[in-house]
Design a protein around this ligand. Sequence first.
Ligand SMILES: [Zn+2]
Ligand SMILES: [Zn+2]
Length: 250
Amino acid sequence: MKVTVVGCSGSYPGPDSPASCYLLEADGFRLLLDLGSGALGALQRHIGLYDVDAICLSHLHADHCLDLCGYHVARTYGPRAPYPMLPVHAPAGAPARLAAAYGMPDEPGLETAFDFVPLEPRSFELGPFTVTAGLVNHPVEAYGFRVAAGGRAVAYSGDTGECEELVTLAEDADLLLCEASFVERPDLPTGLHMTGRQAAEHAAKAGVGRLVLTHLVPWNDQAEVLAEAGRGGYGGPIELARSGAVYDLA
Ligand SMILES: [Zn+2]
Ligand SMILES: [Zn+2]
């Protein structure tokens, strides 16, 4: 399995990265986790615009799903349209929300290009991947994912505050893509996002092979985020996500 960080900027695109998007490839199958603001552009540095086989959206905040609107244009009006319907596993409100964001009626909305499948906390197969979705700790319906293929596993936190379910999803995973949106300060809100230290604590509990800190909010000093993660009691390698970084888990 190969994992490419397409976008890792938290909450809005930064100068060096779009918002959340990760490309997972195995046996020629290409799965996207999230398609946040700006990600559709950077995705084309790695694969062709029409080479996506399935998409999973962790939740319906704009920085995780909004580029599906532009992708609808590409798949509906592109030079070889119509393109095959693309499965999009997303929270149940996705069709109406994204139709509203695009500025079209709910029916048919984006469902001429995308086959929306409501997410639930369960496992399902997508090509060679076994995807497990679990509810995480965020103000809206939000999922973390575990994606396994060929004896390797990647876990992705989506957006979450501290969350036991994330530890379950990430158990013994080769790689944990964990959000670290906050730097430590008094009175941080709970149930929203995590600090680097909290991300490392989750990585330690889950016993993952590698921790990649992501959903990095551009106004933070990322060196501080990384330093805080170093104090989370996790003994494995820790690094900051970077748009274009590739992890080959073969
Ligand atoms: Zn976010
Ligand atoms: Zn969010």
